[in-house]
Design a protein around this ligand. Structure first.
Ligand code: MN
Length: 419
């Protein structure tokens, strides 16, 4: 039940309530990049708070927060990072006067979001993309292969994934250029080269690890959450015409690695605890190393908007939910490490496209417009089968239960013409 109140004004429907306290990297005209926590329409400057003694009882080293990434903070370990989050929650509580009644500290530590530019929150060393939505995998398998055998025989026995490209993961607000590449239409004998004609988004969530393992070690489903710092919304840009030509036999390459966009605030797994739900039933039974206990999925509402250039109106083209994923994060991490593959602080593990059971919940244009055969009509009257130059794609995620809201804000990316 809703019991916490903040003395900071939190607008109705804000993603950044006192129950959330996500971490991100911000800068302003007058402050260098550093770690902040979101509350309402403000950012709490953690560098300032640590320099001025507000975290003294927690023994957080100076230099933890005046950083361009969250990695050093995350590497302190969950005991410390959770204590910092709890301390921030206390400092922001209506019944705590420590910061509330300290006029100078209050004014210097609270930065209006409107004055800040959000950066990439994490230095991402390794990026893996799973393929964990049964609806998405079934839709794609139906379109590209065989409706009667849409899923490969391995799909329900292991969380399928590929290793992605970390260097091209970009923060919200950074535009991308339409990628170019090799494609071959079915009626052509030879491939041709040019800008993709089938630029697509993929609606995904990603989790970020805050603890490393040694090469050779494995993480069990039971221990997986000790390694998960938090979650972001993730737009895994894709070029479908390049993908369909290049992906045999080794999987995605240039169709995927030109860009992926990430939301700026990392919402901790602790903040999502209230929104846990059961993972969908898994049949056939999984191998013992993939068995798990408890509620390991999260009820997170997800939306995708398209806003054409010069149009006032954005159109919501997809409403999905993270809870639909067939494989949960504990299973993903257990599978990823079962062979001894090591994980590092700041790794990103994306879910794969999150499609739900209804047509309106499909998480990519490929599925929403069914391979170009069912164009979507936008609010300005224009139609789309894929993404046009000038379009801005915006993804949002939020949880809501018992009057408590915890959200991710948005990840927004504009598509510019090919270079
Ligand atoms: Mn993907």
């Amino acid at each position: 039940m809703k019991t916490l109140q903040s003395w900071v004004d939190v607008p109705a429907n804000s993603d950044f309530t006192i129950y959330n306290i996500p971490f991100g990297i911000f800068k302003t005209d007058y402050l260098q990049s550093g770690v902040g926590a979101a509350i309402g329409d403000c950012i709490l400057d953690l560098t300032y708070l640590n320099k001025n003694g507000f975290f003294d009882a927690l023994d957080i080293p100076q230099g933890t927060f005046d950083q361009p990434y969250l990695n050093i903070f995350m590497a302190l370990g969950k005991r410390k990072t959770s204590a910092v989050r709890k301390r921030i929650q206390d400092l922001l509580s209506a019944d705590n006067t420590e910061l509330q009644n300290n006029k100078i500290a209050r004014e210097l530590s609270l930065v209006p979001m409107a004055e800040a530019e959000m950066q990439l929150p994490v230095h991402i060393g390794n990026y893996t993309d799973f393929y964990s939505s049964v609806e998405h995998a079934t839709n794609v398998g139906t379109m590209f292969r065989d409706p009667d055998n849409a899923l490969f025989p391995n799909w329900k026995h292991l969380p399928v994934a590929y290793h992605g490209r970390a260097s091209s993961i970009i923060p919200t607000g950074q535009p991308i250029h339409r990628p170019k590449g090799q494609t071959k239409a079915p009626d052509q004998e030879l491939p041709s080269f040019g800008p993709t004609k089938r630029l697509d988004f993929e609606l995904e969530m990603g989790f970020i690890t805050g603890k490393e393992t040694e090469l050779g070690d494995s993480v069990s489903t039971k221990d997986a959450e000790e390694y998960i710092f938090g979650f972001v919304v993730f737009n895994d840009w894709s070029a479908r015409d390049i993908q369909v030509w290049e992906y045999v036999p080794l999987g995605p390459f240039l169709a995927k690695n030109f860009a992926s966009s990430i939301s700026p605030w990392v919402v901790t797994i602790e903040a999502l605890d209230h929104f846990r739900v059961a993972t969908p039933n898994q049949d056939p039974k999984v191998l013992p190393y993939l068995e798990y206990e408890g509620e390991k999925s999260f009820d997170i509402n997800l939306e995708v908007d398209i806003q054409p250039e010069g149009s006032e109106a954005a159109t919501t083209v997809c409403q999905s939910n993270y809870k639909h994923m067939y494989w949960n994060v504990n299973q993903q991490l257990a599978h990823h490490t079962v062979n001894g593959c090591n994980i590092e602080v700041g790794d990103l593990y994306a879910s794969g496209t999150i499609s739900g059971p209804t047509e309106a919940s499909y998480g990519s244009m490929l599925e929403l417009a069914w391979k170009g055969t069912k164009p979507l009509t936008l609010a300005d009257g224009s139609t789309r089968t894929f993404i046009n130059d000038g379009d801005t794609v915006v993804m949002r995620g939020y949880c809501e239960k018992d009057g408590i809201r915890v959200g991710f804000g948005e990840v927004s990316t504009k598509v510019l013409p090919a270079k």
